[in-house]
Design a protein around this ligand. Structure first.
Ligand SMILES: *[C@@H]1O[C@H](CO)[C@@H](O)[C@H](O)[C@H]1NC(C)=O
Length: 223
């Protein structure tokens, strides 16, 4: 057996040595750069034009985009989470979420969070919910995450308002489905920030509820 192992050992040694050399060469380059007085990119660029890595995204957003990460609730147990521009605005831990539609409204020019809260779609008042949705102004960024159930008080008129913000799935959201969405008030252009998980006995992972869904990315700022 020994003569069989030997070639593999040799290959391994070569790999380790190659790795060590390449690793070292990176260090050598860094040292050389330090010696030459060069600074890293982060030190050279002023902070305002440095792209940011926020909301646990895997890529950086350009300065004319906002980092957004939305996660739905898990059954009626763990609340949803909405992160905007590096800050968690709503979450179970912050204790500011509730059953239905958890919603954050942002000024798309300044990036200021204008209002946030949840629309209780289980036992809220339909008229109040509709009035709230109608108050959303054209151009405002609307970020939404479902928790528990978001359809009991949902009307067709409310769904149409989300269509007007760029939703293409809202009309198929049913009892206890999960839904996450980000769109822009009154724009109507299809949003890529949308996912739905259907409450379906064969695919549910919690008893009576579908899986948690999330969507994240760089959302364009209005100019
Ligand atoms: C539930 O999911 C299964 C498997 O994907 C599918 O065949 C079935 O039609 C779904 N049921 C409903 C009510 O959508």
């Amino acid at each position: 057996m020994r003569h069989r192992i030997a070639p593999y050992t040799a290959v391994l040694v070569v790999l380790v040595v190659t790795w060590a050399i390449s690793h070292d060469s990176i260090r050598i380059k860094e040292t050389a750069r330090d010696l030459m007085g060069m600074k890293s990119l982060q030190q050279v660029l002023p902070p305002t034009i440095l792209p940011s890595l926020k909301c646990d995204l895997s890529r950086r957003c350009l300065h004319d985009h906002f980092a957004i990460h939305i996660r739905s609730g898990a059954a009626n147990v763990v609340g949803p989470k909405i992160c905007f521009d590096g800050k968690i605005i709503m979450s179970h831990l912050l204790n500011n979420v509730g059953p239905g539609l958890n919603i954050v409204i942002v000024n798309s020019e300044t990036g200021a969070v204008d209002r946030s809260g949840y629309l209780n779609m289980k036992d809220g008042v339909s008229e109040d919910i509709l009035a709230y949705l109608k108050e959303i102004k054209p151009g405002e960024i609307v970020i939404v995450a479902s928790f528990d159930d978001m359809t009991t008080k949902m009307t067709s008129e409310m769904r149409d308002i989300f269509v007007g913000m760029g939703s293409t799935l809202i009309h198929s959201v049913s009892y206890r489905d999960n839904w996450v969405f980000a769109g822009t008030g009154g724009i109507g252009k299809r949003s890529t920030f949308e996912k739905r998980a259907a409450n379906n006995e064969t695919t549910n992972i919690y008893e009576g509820w579908p899986k948690v869904i999330e969507v994240g990315g760089c959302f364009p700022r209005s100019t």
